[in-house]
Design a protein around this ligand. Sequence first.
Ligand SMILES: [Zn+2]
Length: 92
Amino acid sequence: MKTTLTCPKCGGGKIWRIDRFTTPSEYEGGSEMHVVIDRGPKEPLLTVGSFDAYVCHGCGYTEFYGRHLAELRHMPSSGVHLLERPGTAPYR
Ligand SMILES: [Zn+2]
């Protein structure tokens, strides 16, 4: 949808792009959506990246695209999993 500007669900061609998707909060301007990783009781929460949203004007189907996610690491115990298609070179 991001590159084709065509909704994969309804075929619509009007797509909203919302940069750095933000949700309402008690803070002025809202709270930007991040990946928040709980690394255990002795480590502070790790906050990584933000997301752009692409929303179909016709049906509301939405895709999120992460940005600035370079700090993400495979940490299954924290609920962060890097899934790789077999045959994919590691660390690309
Ligand atoms: Zn649609």
